[in-house]
Design a protein. Structure first.
Ligand SMILES: Cc1ncc(COP(=O)(O)O)c(C=O)c1O
Length: 365
């Protein structure tokens, strides 16, 4: 089986983890600080505040922006539910703006109708490693007092022609399968000194100095063990992303002229980091997406569906007073057509050949 993800820990990671173990100091310390400076460098921001996971980094960012009950947030319906859960966790109301069908990210032309007088945040999701069109989103927001919070969980090192992922206000995840992984982990990136200060206090029970509580906080801290895993990977980020990109380019070239199979396009001037390599299997294919999964699995090709439904399309959200649903047909269509294939850096040439041959034969029937 060629798995959809492979997690390998290198010698340098082991060395740094052992350093932490030998230091006797396992909680947040110097390793976290070093990891934060690498994350800030990646996003091109002055600050990165590391936290225990990507969901909490969204929560912390929303709390730092003082988003709460009565405030609304607009996000993409085609995302991992953490984007929605974080907003509900702080008591905000969630609305959705449909996705742009080529790139699977929030469609700026659908945004205005989801914005109301209560909207405080727009949260685009940089899905699969390709950024949302932040310039177009900013233009739609105009001079309204609405903040952009980028859910960049899947977009380590991604960029548009004009911005890096996380450069406005970013939330990253370092969950086990992400391009950079600390097992569990997250970080908020920002240029705003006050916001960074509030985030650091929120993460540490509202303390600036020991036992001096300046706000109501919580424990969102990352440990040095997590950071020790992340540092060497962060130092190799360009290399890791380049390997993913090379694999993706090879797949896209091979899939260029197959009826019913649409490889993921890259927007002009964008840097896609291929957290997932996601094709559409649609009209013209000999099989449905779900039949393709069955047949590819039989042929030993690991594949995944991210995501099987629009985020609102579950009873727990449909019946939630904090979720306001307008149907999003493009998200619903993507949920039936999107199929992610292995693109991770450990694929060999023969793995890629096998993926290409299997996918083409399944889609052609
Ligand atoms: C788009 C998106 N947002 C948020 C998260 C939440 O991150 P975590 O799993 O680290 O809490 C994830 C990751 O799984 C994600 O893919």
């Amino acid at each position: 089986m060629i798995p959809i993800t492979v997690v390998r820990v290198g010698d340098r990671e082991r060395e740094l983890v052992n350093q932490v173990l030998d230091s006797g100091s396992l909680a947040q310390g110097k390793m976290v600080e070093q990891f934060e400076s690498l994350v800030a460098h990646m996003a091109g921001t002055r600050h990165a505040v590391a936290v225990s996971n990507g969901t909490l980094s969204l929560v912390a960012a929303l709390q730092a922006l003082e988003v709460g009950p009565g405030d609304e947030l607009v996000t993409s319906p085609f995302t991992f539910v953490a984007s929605v859960n974080a907003a509900l966790h702080v008591g905000a109301t969630v609305r959705f703006a449909d996705i742009e069908p080529d790139y699977f990210t929030l469609d700026p032309t659908k945004l205005d109708s989801a914005i109301t007088d209560r909207t405080k945040v727009v949260m685009p999701v940089h899905l699969y490693g390709q950024m949302s069109d932040l310039d177009a989103i900013s233009t739609v927001i105009g001079d309204r007092d609405i903040k952009i919070l980028e859910d960049a969980a899947q977009a380590h090192g991604a960029a548009t022609a004009t911005r890096r992922a996380g450069s406005i206000l970013g939330s990253f995840s370092f969950y086990a399968t992400k391009n950079i992984s600390t097992g569990e982990g997250g970080a908020v990136t920002t240029d705003d000194d006050d916001l960074a200060d509030r985030l650091r206090m929120l993460r540490n029970q509202g303390m600036r100095a020991r036992y001096q509580y300046e706000m109501v906080g919580y424990n969102y801290r990352m440990t040095d063990l997590q950071a020790a895993l992340g540092i060497p990977q962060m130092e190799r980020l360009d290399e890791i992303n380049a390997a993913r990109r090379a694999n993706a380019e090879r797949l896209t070239e091979a899939f260029a002229d197959v009826d019913g199979l649409t490889p993921p396009p890259v927007a002009d001037g964008y840097t896609h980091v291929y957290h997932q390599y996601t094709v559409r299997i649609g009209e013209g294919a000999a099989v449905t997406r779900d039949q393709a999964i069955e047949q590819l699995t039989e042929k030993g090709i690991g594949c995944g569906v991210y995501y099987p439904k629009a985020a609102y399309d579950y009873d727990c959200y449909r019946n939630h007073p904090g979720v306001i649903i307008e149907q999003c047909p493009e998200a619903e269509r993507a949920a039936t057509e999107a199929l992610s294939l292995p693109v991770h850096p450990h694929l060999t040439d023969s793995d890629l050949d096998q993926i290409i041959d299997s996918v083409i034969s399944v889609v052609r029937g």
